[in-house]
Design a protein around this ligand. Structure first.
Ligand code: FES
Length: 388
């Protein structure tokens, strides 16, 4: 699998960021990592504080995925794609019910970003965020930073490179927000692109994309046996943007639990999951969700009822209208206007339009749907009702 050796940097531009970099430095040293203060960077702007961890690995996660799949198949594993898991029962052997029938298993590991089962209420213990990334072709005259850079403060900024067969692209990322809470996600993406164009003049955008990620209220990932799963269902979630490492840690801990091994650091993480600070943060998160639910319904109720032949948004736009007292999500994508229920099938949040990704997003727990109502992202597993 191709990968590059690169130094990893954390940098700060603000007072708050300087403090965070200082904490990261002392924690990293306490953990025995050889992190040093860096007085020089290759960035085209000055930073107030920077630290460096030398000789890390930079790689494309899809290359890792392909290597894992090949290994899994070589060991006799069977991979089935394109189905939706709807529920899991734990009577006798576990049974996984999917959109195309059911499968029986001794154990089930839910590794779906956010668990698609409501046992344990994990959807209420993590906050869903969406952040953006872009690949840029940089003019030959402009030097590309060789390290992997991550800002300590908000709005987040990260830089790294992606070598193709013929060139090396610059990848910038950041400007995240809570899913479904941003009036114009496209504006957030454009801010990131403007920032990159300002610091790397003459760049050409080759690709843009976004990722959804889950942060646990106590900042530590959840993994292990799912409550009320009779020891047959395992879960992993809450990677907090560090999925490339936290997912590996979760898989090591889960496989050790299934096979009877013992991973000492897993106990430490489990203890953190019940900390008082984490419990307080969970209460605050759920108060915020309850407020958003009532505010978004009140706003939908106040929307003027639709009359006449129906709303037709401009290309790439979407809006929530009211028809016969019900909130309706109307969007136009590629010249096709679709009308679906604007009520999330998980727990009833009112959806909002994502003009960057052309999707309907739920501000409560981060479920996302296509313009035609198909589920793109959990925790929901049910499509939206399609309306005339
Ligand atoms: S994701 Fe829970 S209500 Fe929409």
């Amino acid at each position: 699998m191709p990968y590059q050796h690169r130094d990893a940097y954390t940098f700060a531009m603000t007072d708050d960021g300087v403090q965070q970099v200082g904490s990261e430095l002392s924690i990293a040293r306490a953990a025995g990592l050889d992190v040093v203060e860096a007085s020089d960077t290759e960035l085209p702007f000055s930073t107030r504080s920077t630290i460096r961890l030398a000789d890390q690995a930079q790689f494309n996660p899809m290359d890792v995925m392909e290597a894992l799949i090949a290994d899994f198949r070589a060991q006799g594993g069977v991979l089935i794609e394109g189905l939706r898991v709807r529920s899991v029962s734990t009577e006798n052997r576990a049974t996984v019910f999917t959109s195309a029938g059911h499968v029986r298993a001794d154990r089930v590991v839910l590794a779906t970003g956010i668990p698609v089962l409501d046992r344990g209420l994990y959807f209420a213990k993590v906050k869903a965020s969406q952040s953006y990334a872009a690949a840029l072709r940089v003019p030959a005259s402009t030097p590309i930073p060789r390290g992997m850079y991550l800002s300590a403060e908000s709005p987040g900024r990260s830089l790294r490179t992606y070598p193709t067969d013929s060139e090396e692209l610059l990848v910038v990322g950041g400007n995240g927000h809570q899913v479904g809470r941003e009036p114009s996600p496209k504006r957030r993406l454009n801010e990131l692109l403007d920032w990159a164009a300002h610091h790397f003049p003459g760049t050409e955008v080759t690709h843009t994309w976004s990722g959804e990620d889950y942060r646990a209220t106590n900042l530590m990932p959840f993994f292990g046996k799912m409550p009320r799963g009779r020891g047959k269902i395992f879960l992993a979630t809450g990677y907090n943007k560090w999925g490339m490492t936290n997912s590996i840690a979760a898989s090591l801990a889960i496989s050790a639990e299934i096979l009877g091994g013992h991973v000492p650091w897993a106990d430490t993480i489990h203890k953190r999951t019940t900390s008082p600070a984490g419990a307080a943060a969970a209460v605050a998160l759920n108060a915020d969700v309850a407020r958003t639910l009532s505010e978004s319904w009140a706003k939908a109720e106040l929307t003027k009822p639709e009359t006449g032949s129906g709303t037709v948004p401009a290309e790439g736009e979407g809006t929530v209208v009211r028809k016969d007292r019900k909130p309706v999500a109307v969007s136009t994508v590629d010249g096709v206007t679709c009308r679906v229920s604007a009520v999330c099938t998980h727990l009833g949040g009112i959806l909002s339009w994502n003009d960057a990704e052309k999707s309907w997003d739920c501000p409560l727990h981060g479920s996302r749907y296509s313009p035609t109502g198909e589920v793109l992202q959990g925790p929901t597993t049910k499509n939206l009702a399609v309306l005339d």
